[in-house]
Ligand binder design. Structure first.
Ligand SMILES: Cc1ncc(COP(=O)(O)O)c(C=O)c1O
Length: 394
């Protein structure tokens, strides 16, 4: 029997982490997703997931709390757990704990990596539309953001990237390319060929690559994540990884900076005090997620596949004017609402008329106007209600 043809794409397992919590339970949360808007607003915006903690993570954190193991972080267990996860999931044996550093979170890690490989006023290239803090953190650091917009298909436009690198190259400059892999918000999962081309262009133009791979474990079925540092030519690259997106651990601060072999000397210059930022309990939680959270992650990924199928059906039925490409990675859906006639900021209209909070596309930079980003990491009931409210806003 051809199982793929008969399988219901919206079918759910009873263990789906996205189906465990009621709206009433979620409203008791005190995090940003649930406390920014009034109670009558359905929040499908910031990248938090509506899931309970994976059991191995809950257990590890509980044990730490019971033991009073709440001091400062030590050792390389987080890096070793990531190395094992990378071998197991991505068939990549390239993480050497000696070439890693624990950083407080991915964004602060990015800032530190940019400081290591560039100087004041040096340009940082981003592929707009992109995660808005890429602009905020880079500018706050005193670097110049230069956009190399994605193509219409939401993927890297290599002609534009090459032209941007060519324009920025120069003896007195140390440009950086801040790669978002997978890409937030379009969900593009870069292929090995694309990443190899990134490395080739960066090498040819003297650009250093810093890859944000926070969404790496979150790919749709049939899609493979390729670590940037695994492709030829990426030896001088730096990557930021974390268990925080895939296991919803943003409140338990810890991430890893990983250097390619030719960036080891750069990472070795990371000031000692950066390691004071991450939380020891965070390190424990992230390590447990990577070591023992694989089965939970698989249930989550199956649930996200079902949510993508659900959103596709709902948009066709209720909002046929919205255009989108189901994301290959991340749990975010990038919705092109330009045909709806809601102006540059449809999220504003959906919030005020529909009482549903999505993320505005505008702060994502060039190419973001007229778009909105919907967070799919919630229950099918809430996605259904969100689309109903969006449709009612028109
Ligand atoms: C691409 C990307 N990078 C970084 C972050 C934030 O990570 P952190 O909280 O570890 O700084 C997010 C959060 O959604 C993200 O989507």
């Amino acid at each position: 029997m051809d199982r793929t043809r008969t399988r219901d794409p919206e079918a759910r397992s009873s263990a789906d982490p996205l189906c465990q919590l009621s709206l009433e339970q979620l409203r008791r949360r005190t995090s940003m997703k649930w406390r920014t808007y009034p109670e009558d607003v359905l929040p499908l915006w910031v990248a938090e997931m509506d899931v309970p903690l994976a059991e191995p993570v809950r257990r590890a954190v509980t044990e730490a709390v019971e033991l009073g193991d709440t001091g400062y972080p030590a050792g390389t267990r987080y890096a070793e757990a990531l190395a094992a996860f990378a071998r197991d999931r991505w068939g990549w044996d390239g993480i050497d704990a000696q070439r890693t550093a624990i950083v407080p979170d991915v964004m602060l890690g990015i800032v530190e990596m940019i400081k290591l490989v560039s100087g004041p006023d040096d340009p940082v290239v981003v592929n707009s539309p992109v995660y808005p803090p890429f602009y905020q953190f880079v500018r706050n650091l005193g670097r110049r953001v230069v956009e190399a917009p994605l193509g219409e298909d939401g993927r890297i436009d290599f002609a534009v990237l090459e032209e941007t690198f060519r324009r920025l190259a120069g003896p007195a400059r140390r440009p950086v390319y801040l790669l978002c892999s997978p890409h937030n918000p379009t969900g593009a999962v870069h292929t090995a060929a694309e990443l190899t081309e990134v490395a080739r262009l960066a090498g040819a133009h003297g650009v250093r690559v810093v890859a944000d791979e926070i969404h790496a474990p979150l790919v749709a079925s049939g899609v493979s994540f390729v670590p940037y540092l695994s492709v030829p030519g990426a030896e001088d690259g730096l990557s930021l990884m974390s268990a925080s997106k895939a296991w919803n651990l943003a409140g338990l601060k810890a991430a890893l900076a990983v250097a390619g072999p030719e960036a080891a000397a750069d990472l070795a210059r990371l000031p000692e005090e950066v390691g004071h930022g991450p939380s020891h309990v965070g390190v424990i939680a992230h390590t447990a997620a990577l070591r023992e959270g694989g089965a939970w992650l698989d249930e989550l990924l199956a649930g996200l596949d079902a949510n993508r199928a659900l959103l596709a059906r709902l948009l066709t039925e209720h909002l046929p004017g919205v255009r989108w490409t189901p994301p290959q990675g991340t749990y975010l859906a990038w919705l092109d609402c330009r045909a709806l006639g809601l102006g540059d900021d449809p999220a504003e209209v959906f919030l005020h008329r529909g009482r549903v909070a999505l993320t505005s596309g505008v702060p994502f930079g060039s190419g973001g106007a007229g778009f909105t980003r919907l967070n799919l990491a919630t229950s099918p009931e809430l996605i259904t209600e969100a689309v109903r409210r969006m449709a009612a806003s028109l």
